[in-house]
Design a protein around this ligand. Structure first.
Ligand code: PHE
Length: 410
């Protein structure tokens, strides 16, 4: 981690005001869990690739992308909140760790394939708990039907021919879908209903049958389609799965914006795309309770899995946690939880299991605001000692004091 810049492989990226990538995150770049065939993330990736067997696959594209790939190519406005430093890991103002596999949609189009999948590690600054980790994995799918030199009727015929070949949805799955196309989630200006209706049916069938394939052994699964918004699709949807009393969001999708297909030189094509997070799905399918487990190199974890098979994880005994609180008075500047979590992670790495705000009050006279966070430390593969954690906690305290100008209490 050089002062002059951020080095990855043989490339050196100049630092600037945007640089906020940390060494602990950079250390994840070569893990590629989605390519590990015994890791649940890799197993799910392979099952999906096997299901969409006529799609071309890209699974080793570099996660270091330009802001153009991650945002501009996807029609994400310049002032969109998803571009902020508190949500992303920037190398500098032009280079970022991809926040989604959609960053490669144009590369997929440039390959000439009309159906493709892109899987990879994606990076987002976030909170710390059992289901959030700054690195996770996604798989993107895109399919288009080209109308070059043909008319709309031919495109519709091609979509319908494909749909007719499709297998029906098995009855173990209940699909709830009352989405309709309406001005709030509209048809694009260049599209007619005659094309979009079968295209959306094709999208929905493709996604539903993938989910059925993954959950083939689940006796009764409930899947729900809801409306969504993405700058690069319209209409847009999200798919949720009912799990342990809650609806879990598993993917986003929609009809690809024509302006994006234009950038990819597919002016006469219409298509759909989806992007799905693999960790959530793997936690449900394999019964994995903590997202950090995917990163474990402990043989008690990895030896449980067999390529191509979904089977329930057998918990091995957890090591005990060590819990520490930190409280401080805030300076008058803005405060972001994500940045605080990032600092804790920067010091403690994978030993942090959870960071939770447990107290937040403003002094009535001085108007100063005080926060208290509870940090749970635990290792996935060994016992930690109180001395060791005290040392880390001291370092967290001094780093937080320095980085944010807070006034530590007690
Ligand atoms: N990239 C979106 C996300 O990460 C998901 C998405 C992909 C939505 C493709 C629509 C089409 O949330």
């Amino acid at each position: 981690f050089k002062a002059s810049g951020v080095q990855v492989n043989d490339k050196l990226y100049d630092r600037d005001d945007w640089t906020n990538v940390t060494p602990s995150v950079l250390a994840k770049l070569d893990r590629k869990l989605h390519l590990q065939e015994r890791n649940p993330i890799g197993i799910i990736r392979q099952l999906i690739e096997g299901h969409f067997n006529d799609f071309r696959t890209f699974n080793d594209l570099s996660p270091v992308v330009t802001t153009r790939q991650n945002f501009d190519d996807l029609l994400i406005p310049k002032d969109h909140p998803s571009r902020t430093k508190s949500d992303n890991y920037y190398f500098n103002k032009d280079t970022v760790l991809r926040a989604h596999t959609s960053a490669h949609q144009l590369e997929g189009l440039a390959s000439g394939a009309n159906k493709f999948l892109i899987s990879g590690d994606v990076y987002r600054r976030d909170e710390i708990d059992s289901s959030h980790y700054p690195v996770f994995h996604q798989i993107e799918g895109l399919a288009y039907f080209d109308g070059q030199s043909k008319g709309e009727a031919d495109v519709v015929a091609a979509i319908q021919a494909d749909l007719e070949k499709a297998k029906p949805i098995p009855s173990n799955i209940e699909i709830v879908d009352d989405t309709i196309i309406h001005p709030g989630n509209p048809l694009q200006g260049r599209h007619s209903e005659a094309v979009v209706t079968p295209l959306v049916a094709h999208l929905k069938h493709s996604i539903n049958s993938m989910i059925c394939h993954l959950f083939a052994d689940e006796p009764n699964l409930k899947v729900r389609w809801i409306e969504a918004y993405f700058p690069f699709t319209s209409p847009s949807y999200e798919v949720e799965i009912y799990y342990q009393g809650e609806w879990l969001e598993v993917l986003g999708c929609g009809v690809v914006q024509q302006a994006l297909l234009d950038k990819g030189d597919r002016h006469h094509a219409v298509g759909w795309a989806f992007g799905m997070g693999l960790e959530r799905l793997a936690m449900v399918l394999f019964g994995i309770p903590d997202i950090r487990l995917f990163w474990s190199q402990d043989s008690r974890f990895i030896d449980q899995f067999t390529p191509g098979q979904i089977k329930k994880f057998q918990a091995f005994s957890k090591y005990p946690p060590c819990i520490k609180d930190i409280s401080f008075w805030l300076p008058p500047t803005e405060w972001h939880d994500n940045n605080f979590c990032e600092t804790v992670r920067g010091v403690a790495g994978d030993l942090v299991e959870n960071v939770k705000l447990i107290d937040d009050f403003t002094h009535s006279k001085t108007n100063k605001r005080s926060l208290c966070y509870r940090i749970t430390y635990r290792s996935m593969d060994r016992n930690v000692t109180n001395d060791e954690i005290n040392e880390i906690q001291e370092k967290v305290r001094s780093t937080v004091e320095q980085d944010f100008g807070v006034e530590l209490r007690e």
